[in-house]
Structures are given as C-alpha cells and as structure tokens.
Design a binder for this molecule. Structure first.
Ligand SMILES: NC(=O)c1ccc[n+]([C@@H]2O[C@H](COP(=O)([O-])OP(=O)(O)OC[C@H]3O[C@@H](n4cnc5c(N)ncnc54)[C@H](OP(=O)(O)O)[C@@H]3O)[C@@H](O)[C@H]2O)c1
Length: 299
C-alpha cells in the first residue's frame, strides 16, 4: 500500500535546497526520486505531466526556481516562466496525478516596510521582479491546487553550499576582510531544518501559505561576523559595514523581511531553533568549503 513517503519526488535538485532535500530524503526514503532541470523542466507542462504519470510520486517538493534576484530583474520573462508558470504547471500536474505538493517560496514577496515579523496573511507587496514572480507563483499554485502547501522561507544556508556562508569564508580567506550590508534584516535558515519542517508539514492535513525560518534575526553584516566566529576566523579581519542601497545591484531587496513562524509552531507544536545554533551545528558536522563558482548576490 502506498503512503505519503512511498515515492517522494524533488524538483530542482541541481540547486542549493534541492540538493539538501535529496540528501535528507534519500537517507530516509530509499525510493526518493531527484530531478534536475535536465530531467524534469517545470516550464514544459506536458513532459512534466508525462514524467509524473510514469513515476507515480506520492509527494512532490518543488525546489526549482529562477532564484537569482538580479538575474530576474534583468530577465523578467524568465522569472515569470519559471517562478509563476512553472510553479503553476507543477501544482496542476500534482493535482492531476494525486500527489501531495509542497512549493517553496520567499520572504521577498514583502516590501520590508512592516517593521515586525510578517504573518502569512499580511498583504504582500514585492519590490523586485523576482518577488513579483514568486508571489504570482504562490497564487497560481493555490489556484491550481488548493490543497497544496506554499512554504515561505529566507536566507538559506547549509551543507550543500553555494551560499552566503561560503561567500563570507571565501572573502575572509582571500581578502582578509569581512563585509556585509546593515540595511537588510531577515532570518538565516538552515536547509536541513527547512527540509525537516517540510516533511513534518507534509504529513499534516493543512494547506495554503506557511512561513518557516530559523529563530532569530540579523542583518547581513552580523550574519557574516557570526560565520567568521563559527569558523574561528575572526582575528586580523578588516570589518566593512556596507549599505545595500550604495552597492548598485539592479534589484531591490526588502530592508526587513523577518517571517513570523506562529502558524508553523501552532500547526506542528515545534519551535524552530535559533539560526546561530544551526550554524554552529553546520561547522561541527559539515564545515563549509569554498564558495561555489555560481554564487550570486544573495536572495
Ligand atoms: N536561496 C535562498 O536564500 C532562498 C531564500 C528564500 C527562498 N528561496 C526559495 O527556495 C527555493 C530553492 O532556492 P535555491 O536557493 O535552492 O535556488 P537555486 O540554488 O538557484 O536552485 C534552483 C534550481 O532550480 C532549477 N531550475 C531552474 N529552472 C528550472 C526549470 N525550468 N525546471 C526545473 N528546474 C529548474 C535550477 O536548475 P539549474 O541548476 O539547471 O540552473 C536550480 O538547480 C526557491 O523556490 C527559492 O525561491 C531561496
């Protein structure tokens, strides 16, 4: 008899979160299927639907996205095709084949002006093409498949790398400096914790938008300092506090995008641990390496 976790399928396993999902799920569920973009392209509805009919997944986690915020600003058509149309395609195909569907979204659907942690029903007002395409994706996912889960998160880091943590270490080692902006505040979120949260939520008969981030907030500069401390790299580093608005990146980011996890905590009775505790665990269990060549300005 098939259960929720008989055949989990992860979309977007070439990426940071997708790789972590593959690592975690394949340890727990040997029948896990990991699909890179080359294997399942979410913008090609008919081929994706055919693959889902063939594979018969019981649970689908969509980690596929056009996640480069500045790339999306320059290529809004790409952002819409992947983050809005692609997300809707995946939701539709999952509804049609009867799979539980979890879609990952972002804090960047908010404008950052609230000044306190955003709740799920706060009105989103994206300030970038990326944020707008992700918001449209959320809406279309829930229209196609109202029983789907949309999980918003922020500032991902984790053992699979390609993230801000690796970027900080690279800068510290190569240039003996530590820099970060002070005008962006959010919650760094450890990818293994996020994946565990998705698995927990998958089993609960709930739907709609849910926020999951690790506990605590910080700005990017403080995040960088904490990474250096965890890596034992503090001494002799030049510390440079920057302001995002002076850096000239094409896309705007919210200045404050902390997400409230009240709903998550009430549904699951679990408390997300503090991001600093998760970071310390990463340095103990799988110390980060060098920044992946494809690292981009953070999402
Ligand atoms: N990273 C963060 O800090 C952050 C924060 C908040 C929310 N999120 C959300 O978390 C999710 C995962 O983000 P991530 O950081 O893991 O992104 P990522 O590293 O850029 O990975 C995204 C993956 O999606 C794949 N992809 C792109 N277009 C596709 C398509 N048409 N069909 C199938 N796969 C496609 C990419 O393939 P290629 O490898 O071939 O390019 C890539 O492997 C996204 O929904 C993102 O919006 C991320």
């Amino acid at each position: 008899m098939s259960s929720l976790f008989s055949v989990p399928l992860i979309l977007g396993t070439g990426g940071r979160l997708g790789r972590q999902a593959e690592t975690t799920l394949s340890r727990l569920y040997p029948a896990t299927i990991a699909a890179t973009r080359a294997e399942i392209d979410i913008t090609d509805y008919f081929r994706m639907r055919g693959e889902l009919e063939r594979l018969e997944p019981t649970l689908v986690i969509n980690c596929a996205a056009a996640s480069g915020v500045d790339v999306c600003e320059r290529q809004p058509d790409l952002a819409v095709r992947v983050n809005s149309d692609g997300a809707a395609n995946a939701a539709r195909a999952c509804r049609e084949v009867g799979a539980r569907f979890i879609h990952v979204s972002t804090d960047q659907v908010f404008d950052g002006n609230k000044g306190s942690p955003y709740l799920e029903d706060d009105i989103p007002r994206p300030i970038s093409k990326y944020g707008a395409s992700k918001l449209e994706g959320e809406r279309r996912v829930l229209k196609e498949f109202p029983e789907a889960l949309v999980v918003r998160t922020s500032w991902l880091f984790g053992p699979c790398g390609g993230d801000f943590v690796e970027h900080v270490l690279e800068e510290a080692r190569a240039r003996h400096s530590l820099s970060g902006v002070t005008d962006q505040v959010a919650s760094p979120t450890y990818t293994p914790d996020l994946i565990q949260a998705l698995l927990l939520l998958a089993e609960i008969p709930t739907h709609g938008v849910i926020h999951f981030v690790n506990g605590g907030t910080c700005n990017r500069f403080d995040f960088a300092c904490q990474v250096a401390e965890a890596a034992g790299l503090e001494g002799g580093l030049q510390r440079v506090q920057l302001r995002w608005k002076d850096l000239g990146f094409p896309a705007s980011r919210p200045s404050y995008s902390a997400l409230s996890t009240t709903r998550y905590r009430s549904i699951t009775s679990r408390e997300p641990r503090d991001w600093k505790e998760a970071l310390a665990e990463q340095f103990t269990t799988s110390p980060p390496g060098r920044a992946a060549p494809g690292w981009q300005a953070p999402t």
